[in-house]
Design a protein around this ligand. Structure first.
Ligand SMILES: Cc1ncc(COP(=O)(O)O)c(C=O)c1O
Length: 467
């Protein structure tokens, strides 16, 4: 007699699902909640500055059920089609507006500069020419890339003096990084000429001048790479953000590799390098979708902001008289600049201080640094971490890197290295320009400036017209 075979059950002798048996788990019965839902949205709305009433109305209008399945994912690469993200829209707008082939959104202007420095080959044993007036982020970016910043003086535009570059060049120089600051533009033609003559790359720092133009071209599109800060402190930007633009594919790819080392930007992220220098250790400087969402709107406002600022400045300047003791700041492109700080140089610090006090009494905001200014990271003498040569890790700074010494490099930063910058930056009187001033406001402010200058100075031909 044969023994009866026990019946196959899921508990005693389960048939594997792979052999046609029942599945062990046929799907979750627990109810999932969105990772990100209405509460997060309300938190953004709260941070955005909506009033309590508006917040209550928003909360009553939306529920988690209104969200797409799974809720939002606010990362650039999480989107099934990254081309549909706010980040890619932001990049597309930048390409269209600035007339460049490539744009890379980054988490900050400093990140953009770091990526651009690395892209151009700044590294241990190299030097980068940087204007004595600007912001510390430019020289810091050169240093965190492993290079050594070398300051060159400015001229009466307070921008990099093209004639001050060559005396600073060494066999170690790989790039020049002019800053277009306070909405004004550096004199790019002669800067590019020096760069091309010496086969150097040009990284334009446009953090303070997005939308400004030089001879009809947007700043950032003239050099090899343009870097922008799109932060709340700048002409456009709501929080933190940045952007690298270029028309050079190789430089773009190297900037991408530094800013997104996971290689998600590559056609095949795991493919071996297609050329020398394509793949290297980078970091993650991706811009968040939340910032990009704000920035696609901000970007579309850029030209309007620039046009209004130009119009206000021109209306005021067209009414200003000339005075023997006053030299207006040199403006390298009168039609392209969007200088939102008007500057002029009285003959002495004493005169600057008197003018500022009188302007303020007239209701016109003005300022001057003075002969003993408080530290200001816009002038190289106060960029302490750089001029004191302090790296992030012990013995790890580019200044004392043996590869720098081996190439004959030895940098010292001393007061007096860039005397024009030190003199003009501190002696200048600055007056903020507001894009929203009406014609009436402009006329009253111009009259106020004339009133004050007439009281302390002698009318006559100045060395330069107001612009
Ligand atoms: C000229 C210049 N470059 C770079 C930066 C750095 O930008 P971010 O603050 O976005 O890193 C700034 C910011 O103030 C700047 O003014």
């Amino acid at each position: 007699m044969t023994r009866a075979q026990p019946k196959s059950t899921s508990t005693s002798n389960p048939k594997l699902a792979i052999d046609g048996g029942p599945k062990a788990f046929t799907g979750a019965t627990g109810k999932a909640e969105n990772k990100i839902g209405v509460e997060e949205f309300m938190s953004i709305a709260e941070r955005f500055g909506f009033s309590k009433d508006a917040l209550a109305r928003l909360r009553s209008a939306v529920s988690d059920d209104d969200l797409i399945e799974g809720g939002p994912n606010l990362a650039y690469y999480a989107c099934p089609n990254p081309r549909d993200t706010k980040g890619s829209e932001f990049a597309r707008l930048a390409r269209e507006i600035f007339g460049v082939k490539y744009a890379l959104p980054t988490s900050s202007g400093t990140a953009a500069l770091h990526a651009a420095m690395v892209a151009t080959g700044v590294g241990p044993g190299t030097e980068v020419i940087i204007p004595a007036c600007g912001f510390m982020a430019t020289s810091a970016a050169a240093a965190i890339a492993g290079g050594v910043p070398v300051f060159a003086d400015v001229d009466e535009s307070l921008q990099l003096d093209p004639n001050a570059i060559e005396s600073r060049l060494t066999p170690r120089t790989v790039a020049i990084a002019p800053t277009h600051h306070w909405g004004n533009v550096a004199d790019m033609d002669p800067i590019m000429a020096v760069a091309r003559k010496h086969k150097l790359k040009v990284i334009e720092d446009c953090a303070q001048a997005p939308g400004a133009k030089y001879k009809g071209r947007y700043v950032g599109s003239i050099g090899d790479l343009g870097c922008f800060s799109i932060s709340c402190y700048k002409i456009i930007g709501g929080g933190e953000g940045g952007m690298v633009v270029t028309s050079n594919e190789r430089l773009f790819e190297r900037a991408c590799q530094l800013a997104e080392c996971g290689g998600l930007w590559r056609p095949d992220r795991f493919a071996p390098p297609r050329y020398e220098g394509e793949l290297f250790v980078g970091t993650n400087y991706r811009l968040s979708e939340l910032e990009s969402s704000v920035n696609v709107i901000q970007m579309q406002k850029l030209d309007g902001i620039c046009d209004r600022t130009r119009a206000v400045r021109k209306r005021i300047c067209s009414q200003l008289k000339s005075f023997k003791e006053i030299t207006p700041q040199k403006i390298n492109d009168r039609d392209g600049a969007i200088g939102y700080l008007m500057r002029f140089y009285p003959k002495t610090h004493e005169l600057s201080a008197k003018i500022v006090a009188a302007l303020r009494a007239e209701g016109i905001g003005g300022g001057t640094q003075g002969p003993s200014p408080s530290p200001d990271w816009h002038l190289y003498t106060a960029m302490f971490p750089v001029i004191h040569k302090v790296g992030a890790i012990a013995n790890g700074s580019p200044f004392d890197d043996p590869r720098y010494a081996a190439r004959g490099g030895k940098v010292e930063y001393r007061e007096g290295d860039c005397p024009v910058a030190e003199d003009l930056y501190n002696r200048a009187v600055r007056i903020g320009i507001d894009q929203w001033w009406s014609n009436e406001d402009c006329d009253a402010i111009a009259a106020g400036i004339n009133k004050v200058l007439s009281a302390y100075c002698t009318e006559g031909t100045a060395s330069r017209e107001w612009a």
